[in-house]
Write a protein that binds this ligand. Sequence first.
Ligand code: PXP
Length: 249
Amino acid sequence: MAKLGVNVDHVATLRQARRAAYPDPVAAAKMALEEGVSCITVHLREDRRHIHDADVFAIRKLSGCRLNLEMSATDEIIDIALKVRPDQVTIVPERRQELTTEGGLDVAARPEFYRDLTKTFSAAGIALSFFVDPGQRQIDACAATQALAVEINTAAYSEAVSDKDVTKTLRDVQRTIHVARNLGLVVHAGHGLNYRNVTFIAAIEGLDELNIGHSIVAQSIYVGFSSAVASMKRLIESAAQNKRAVGGI
Ligand code: PXP
């Protein structure tokens, strides 16, 4: 059954909107952990637009916290990651101008580079996951690096409007999960998932974890952070239990 990993980046976005000391992503991470989530995710971007180095080190120290550090594969951030020693790093592409991560990483384009990166983290006892778009080519490339995991980009599914596109993008994700599992990879998914669209993804067999951030932080404005986390967790759990078939939409 898919577990919920909570991304607290946008708690820091609100803080940075005023360069204030609050709201605190570390406090939010603690509240999410109290709701029984399986991991906390933060993306330490090169421009530090939301999460700062001190946030990452503080979240690392929270008791019972499995930390997933999202990051680009640049020397500066790799050095920080090796100091923080998160449980897992998720390698994402990063562009300064983007509002959020746009598209998955092209692991197939630089097989040796990503194999070496996987070796670097594995020598430090840190699991590595690559954030990739659905499709066989990238999954094959990820498996060849000996990475532990992949995170499948659900942006196309989240942005699909017509029933036809929703069905197609969901099938793409489902097939990719199947391919990745057959190659022995642990499979995560995320990006753009919210309270309306998470159910069909959560019902797919073979997923280990869903990483969700923006919709939970947005919902917390109305209902509070703990409650927003708890209701997303309940949705995921009930979707997995009901096992609504993907073909049934
Ligand atoms: N997974 C990855 C790799 C991401 O880059 C993001 C956005 O930071 C997420 C998951 C979470 O996406 P969202 O904030 O849309 O839930």
